[in-house]
Design a protein around this ligand. Structure first.
Ligand code: KIV
Ligand code: ZN
Length: 515
């Protein structure tokens, strides 16, 4: 039987460290629920000590998300581990993941510790974490640039102290598949008690080798892989979950290993994370890129028509890509709507169903046929709504050949109606300038991304924007059959998020750096 490889998803922790990918608590809960549907084994929900927001997200995910083990990161410090425990204690299945560097470069320049001091601290902190939970993971940070004999010593010591998982991070994305495979093999040969723990790997993609290195480690005996949806993460990102899961599923014959991932949920997970973080998936990205299953060459098409496996090593259906399924129309009722949502895997409260249904009715007036993706957009927007300081009440735009684009926007700002008109370089620019004036925002627009949710000229347009103020970056979303209206919704959603973030920060939130 194929060896089971555990999937430790760190989209909500390392993934969130991608520049501009920060998520609010509701968004994190939504992603965690989707990760549970994807059937990951462990969700690293955040770094409890780093901020009250991370703490609350871990607590909520621990209470609301069923299935996977919920994990918090903690530096090898008692106060971090105490905080991780506080956040996790309501979760039925919980893990504390503590870490300390083992490379001389880090120990000398950053931690100012000797090797012995670091080993002793690692052991003490694993023991401290074990006083709270049975499931403790330790990571020797920058393992791939550490002295291998010392690494073996630390791994042996932390297993002895009670770590059930030892994760070997390639923190700076420096290793190569052959070298990393050898490191894992050496650990398995030299560490006396290696069979008492699961060896995990955590690879960064600085040289584009994160997935290759992880696969080499699996081949060499690693039993857990840390990865993220769409490969998002610090700098060039982490190993991509979908590539590892599909790599193992497709080449089970070679690796003799597999995961418990429900691969049919991959496409939906990828879309959700991309939408929430505003990080667009490149079209040629393996597995989830728009072109990943598109065959354009005549020779390939000819072969495919004769026999699918001439040029197709995976079926699009295996990652949940089906022809857009027509689900509902204008006459569909609330009951059918709820049932469709359940089929898509969403269980909403009565109030959430009512709100989503109102939106559905408005959309059904504009668009005759509604597809699965339309319902997904409605539900995810309802679930990640933030308190709305600015509400769009009216919008009209004049633009065209030979006309100066002009927008008139009406907003409700804390109960008062305000209105203004202005011009811009294009209709969206005109709308954004007017909104900036009405809200008196000092933020800067960093990215504007537009895409069609389904095909056809009546398709909903989905707009994501990234907005920055005082070093805080947020992503806003809006969808509508009118792309200008979707753009206004997205911008206002970002400004509303920025306002609630600033308010939270004013209530003393400071993110703690990892080291
Ligand atoms: O890249 C890294 O080393 C990490 C650790 C905290 C596991 O993210
Ligand atoms: Zn990392």
């Amino acid at each position: 039987m194929a060896r089971l490889i555990r999937i430790f998803d760190t989209t909500l922790r390392d993934g969130e460290q991608s520049p501009g990918a920060s998520m609010n608590i509701e968004e994190k809960v939504l992603v965690a629920k989707q990760l549970a549907r994807l059937n990951v084994d462990i969700i690293e929900a955040g770094f409890a000590f780093s901020s009250p927001g991370d703490f609350e997200a871990i607590t909520r995910i621990g209470q609301e998300v069923e299935g996977p083990v919920i994990c918090s990161l903690a530096r090898a410090k008692p106060e971090d581990i105490d905080r991780a425990w506080e956040a996790l204690k309501g979760a039925p299945k919980r893990r504390i993941h503590t870490f300390l560097s083992t490379s001389d470069i880090h120990l000398k320049h950053q931690f100012r510790m000797t090797r012995d001091e670091a080993r002793i601290r690692a052991v003490e902190m694993v023991q401290h974490a074990r006083s709270y939970v049975d499931d403790v993971e330790f990571s020797p940070m920058d393992a791939t640039r550490s002295d291998l004999s010392y690494l073996c010593e630390v791994v042996e010591a932390v297993i002895e102290a009670g770590a059930g998982t030892v994760n070997i991070p390639d923190t700076v994305g420096y290793t190569t598949p052959q070298e990393f495979g050898n490191i894992i093999r050496t650990l398995r040969e030299r560490v006396r008690n290696c069979d008492k723990a699961i060896i995990s790997v955590h690879c960064h993609n600085d040289l584009g080798l994160a997935v290759g290195n992880s696969m080499a480690a699996i081949y060499a005996g690693a039993g857990q892989v840390e990865c993220t949806i769409n490969g998002i993460g610090e700098r060039a990102g982490n190993a991509s979950l979908e590539e590892i899961a599909m790599g193992l599923r497709t080449r089970k014959d070679f690796y003799d290993a597999d995961t418990q991932i429900l691969t049919e949920e991959i496409s939906k997970s990828s879309r959700l994370v991309s939408k929430i973080t505003g990080m667009v998936v490149q079209p040629n990205k393996a597995i989830v890129g728009a072109n990943a299953f598109a065959h354009t060459s005549g020779i390939h098409q000819d072969g495919l028509l004769k026999e699918k496996n001439t040029y197709e090593i995976m079926q699009p259906e295996s990652i949940g890509l089906t022809h857009s399924r027509l689900v509902m129309g204008k006459l569909s009722g609330r009951h059918a709507f709820r049932e469709e949502l359940q089929k898509l895997g969403y269980t909403l409260s009565d109030q959430e169903v009512n709100e989503a249904f109102d939106r559905f009715k408005r959309l059904a007036d504009q668009k005759k046929e509604l597809f699965e993706e339309d319902l997904e957009a409605i539900v995810s927007e309802a679930a990640i709504r933030v308190p709305e300081r600015y509400v769009l009440k009216g919008l009209s735009v004049k633009s065209g050949v030979g006309q100066e684009p002009t927008a008139t926007v009406e907003l409700e700002v804390e109960g008062a109606i305000v209105q203004k008109s202005g011009t811009g370089d294009g209709p969206v620019d005109a709308v954004y300038r007017v909104i900036a004036g009405l809200t008196q925002t000092k933020s800067q627009l960093k990215a504007y991304i537009v895409k069609a949710i389904t095909g056809g000229t009546d398709a909903q347009g989905e707009v994501s924007v990234r907005v920055e103020e005082n070093g805080e970056m947020v992503t806003g979303h809006g969808s509508n059959t009118d792309i200008i209206v979707a753009s206004a919704y997205a911008y206002l959603n970002a400004l509303n998020k920025l306002t609630s973030l600033m308010e939270r920060h004013a209530r003393a939130e400071q993110k703690v750096p990892l080291c």
